[in-house]
Write a protein that binds this ligand. Structure first.
Ligand SMILES: NC(=O)c1ccc[n+]([C@@H]2O[C@H](COP(=O)([O-])OP(=O)(O)OC[C@H]3O[C@@H](n4cnc5c(N)ncnc54)[C@H](O)[C@@H]3O)[C@@H](O)[C@H]2O)c1
Length: 255
């Protein structure tokens, strides 16, 4: 049976680790040719190699989403290898692999605030700037931005991260309005606390376990819990849905 993304080309930023890796695997499993655009070049190649060994087409591209020229090279590499870009998953962020301080609002360094906005917010915009001209040329596109349920329900600590993820929701609504005329859908997925760390220590396991106890579905959230929502927004099943944010957190943030 043909996959739901047969003939499609998808870019996953930050696809070398954690949840992004799960998105890359799921999109490839549905027939997409996948570009892993990642700051950690070795991790990008490892995921691309894994996908190729499973019979999929994949390309690793070293990318820093906070750098306009790097984003342009990412889109150019995808076009050169596959000739089209149908899906962009803006997943790269300062979070776990590139860690953030989980500190109070008055304990966060100005430099870390700036870097957070540069990657999580500006990086989302820069990747769109590089990719949308190619989507426009074909009159089709699916952009999926990754926010966080913390930006809807609020959360103590890491105010720079939460603020950046709230920005992604406003960005999604505005861009959806601006590119709807080109038949490009822009949606957002807001994950809950997810066990995405590759080698979690006791503290991380406790944090993810505590999150499980306060959601309707009482178990730890895994990266695979998020892939269905991203696949939905990447597929033709969501062709008349744009500007929306879907919370995937097992029923904690009920908005
Ligand atoms: N895990 C959670 O609990 C959770 C909850 C809500 C939202 N999210 C979001 O889900 C996404 C994936 O998170 P994760 O848990 O897999 O964490 P992660 O830190 O492992 O994933 C982020 C990825 O982005 C890459 N990256 C960082 N800076 C980059 C840059 N400048 N350019 C390109 N790539 C860069 C990292 O190398 C990593 O592969 C992030 O957007 C995160 O904010 C995660």
């Amino acid at each position: 049976m043909a996959g739901r993304l047969e003939n499609r080309v998808a870019i996953v930023t930050g696809g070398g680790h954690g949840i992004g890796k799960a998105y890359a695997r799921r999109l490839a499993g549905e027939g997409a040719r996948v570009v892993i655009a990642e700051l950690d070049e070795a991790a990008a190649h490892a995921v691309a190699r894994e996908l190729a060994e499973a019979g999929h087409q994949a390309l690793a591209v070293a990318t820093d989403v906070s750098d306009p020229a790097s984003c342009q090279r990412m889109a150019a590499a995808a076009m050169e290898r596959f000739g089209r870009i149908d899906v962009l998953v803006n997943n790269a962020a300062i979070f776990a692999t590139v860690p953030m301080s989980r500190a109070a609002f008055d304990k966060i360094a100005v430099e870390e605030w700036d870097r957070m906005m540069s990657v999580n917010v500006k990086g989302t915009w820069l990747a769109c700037l590089a990719v949308i001209p190619h989507m426009r040329a074909r009159g089709y596109g699916k952009i999926i931005n990754i926010s966080s349920s913390t930006s809807i329900k609020g959360s103590p600590s890491r105010i720079h991260y939460v603020t950046s993820k709230a920005g992604v929701i406003g960005f999604t609504k505005t861009l959806a309005n601006e590119v709807g005329g080109d038949n490009i859908c822009v949606n957002c997925v807001a994950p809950g606390s997810t066990l995405s760390e590759e080698n979690p220590d006791e503290g991380v396991l406790k944090m993810r376990g505590d999150a499980a106890s306060v959601r309707a579905l009482k178990r730890v959230q895994t990266p695979e819990d998020l892939t269905g929502a991203v696949l939905f927004f990447a597929s033709s099943d969501s062709d008349f849905i744009t500007g929306q944010t879907l919370v995937v957190d097992g029923g904690n943030c009920l908005h």
